[in-house]
Design a protein around this ligand. Structure first.
Ligand code: NAI
Ligand code: MG
Length: 358
């Protein structure tokens, strides 16, 4: 398979972990006869320094023409006092919008050797393996009007969705559930919000198209509780933008480190953007300490969702699990009797595992 991949390393540890993902993808390409070509572009602080804007046109054009985009992380203290149009995060929001990435997928899994890393009890985290599908381009973060009124005495935000926006995210979630354990939990606030009532109706309508998927509806407040009392009961969770923002951060505590969590953002034409959930970690940047796993697992998601290379995606995920099983970990994690390694060695262990498999 021949694919063009745009790399947007960004800032801080983004650059370090991107290097790791590229090595892993190169190993996959060589071992399984694929041709991946890589093209690197600037975004965020690096782009501000070089081009005076967090999202140069050349970067947007390259992403639009690519088969998939990998992004590291943006931001850092150097740009913290910049005016808002010259903030690195603008680059990230801009590229999501430019590519119309309406579906954000966050798989969250309690890795065997890391169950104790979570602040939750091991027996609660054990067996949890869920996928949060969050609507990313609609809802209250984008609805208008959103403004102060009456000389600052009142304020309004707007939660708006179209039928089409809900249908496409619900379809994505049903499809993801088909490829997993066949259980879909739709999270809403249908006892109060009109938008949630329509959301629930659409999920009910769609059910017939996916007979092998079982569906439950859970109110968002109850879902928040269940996520940390019984996370193993979830398979795929689908929800609107703001609920998904909150629930996915809550669920991230299941794994114990931000350095383990990948994400995929997808659009309708198939150009996905894949990035770790963590930021640019200025406190450890440039020291070779960053955990590359979130970025490497993001590359695995790219193989799964953009290229439909399920076997190769699984190989990367197995490689990560097996290196952790052997006790290797970066400084953000602790494994009893484990061996602490840096970014490069962690990457090499994962690459070596992939190469010995074939
Ligand atoms: P952060 O995720 O960069 O770091 C939070 C803590 O987790 C730090 O102690 C960091 O060292 C650690 N950490 C994060 N990823 C790690 C990894 N892969 N390996 C080892 N340790 C890791 O979040 P923070 O500190 O709030 O933000 C730092 C900068 O990153 C800010 O400029 C922020 O705006 C930006 N940011 C960017 C994001 C993105 O590009 N998607 C997301 C979140 C923050
Ligand atoms: Mg958030």
């Amino acid at each position: 398979m021949k694919k063009r991949i745009v790399l947007l390393p960004g800032d801080g540890i983004g650059k370090e972990v991107m290097h790791s993902a590229k090595e892993v993808l190169t190993a996959i390409a060589e071992e399984y006869n694929h041709t991946f070509s890589f093209e690197t572009h600037e975004i965020g602080g690096a782009a501000i320094d070089q081009y005076g804007t967090p999202l140069p046109e050349t970067t947007v054009d390259a992403c639009k023409q690519a088969d998939a985009v990998l992004l590291g992380a943006v931001g850092g203290p150097k740009w913290d006092n910049n005016p808002s149009h010259l903030r690195p995060e603008r680059g990230l929001l801009g590229i999501r919008k430019a590519l119309d990435l309406y579906a954000n997928l966050r798989p969250i899994k309690g890795f065997k050797n890391l169950l104790h890393a979570s602040p939750l009890k091991e027996e609660i985290v054990s067996g949890s393996d869920l996928l949060i599908v969050r609507e990313l381009t609609g809802g209250i973060y984008f609805g208008t009007p959103s403004e102060r009124r009456d000389n600052g005495e009142s304020v309004v935000d707007t939660l708006a969705y179209t039928r089409r926006e809900i249908e496409r995210i619900v379809d994505k979630a049903f499809q993801a559930a088909q490829g997993r354990r066949g259980k879909l939990t739709s999270v809403d606030k249908a006892n109060v919000l009109e938008s949630s009532k329509m959301w629930r109706e659409i999920v009910e309508e769609k059910k017939a198209q996916y007979p092998e998927v079982s569906v439950e509806h859970v109110l968002v407040d109850a879902a928040a509780m269940k996520l940390i009392t019984n996370p193993a009961s979830f398979d795929v969770v689908v929800t609107e933008n703001m609920f998904g923002d909150i629930l996915s951060d809550e669920a991230s505590v299941l794994t114990g480190s931000l350095g383990m969590l990948p994400s995929a953002s997808l659009n309708e034409s198939g150009v996905g953007l894949y990035e770790p959930v963590h930021g640019s970690a200025p406190d450890i940047a440039g020291k070779g300490l960053a955990n590359p796993v979130a970025m490497i697992l993001s590359a695995a998601l790219m193989l799964r969702y953009s290229f439909e290379l399920e076997d190769e995606a699984k190989i990367i995920e197995d490689a990560v699990q097996s290196v952790l099983d052997a006790g290797y970990h970066t400084a953000d994690l602790q494994i009893p009797n484990g061996r602490k390694v840096g970014t490069e060695e962690m990457t090499k262990l994962i690459v070596d595992y992939i190469r010995t498999l074939n």
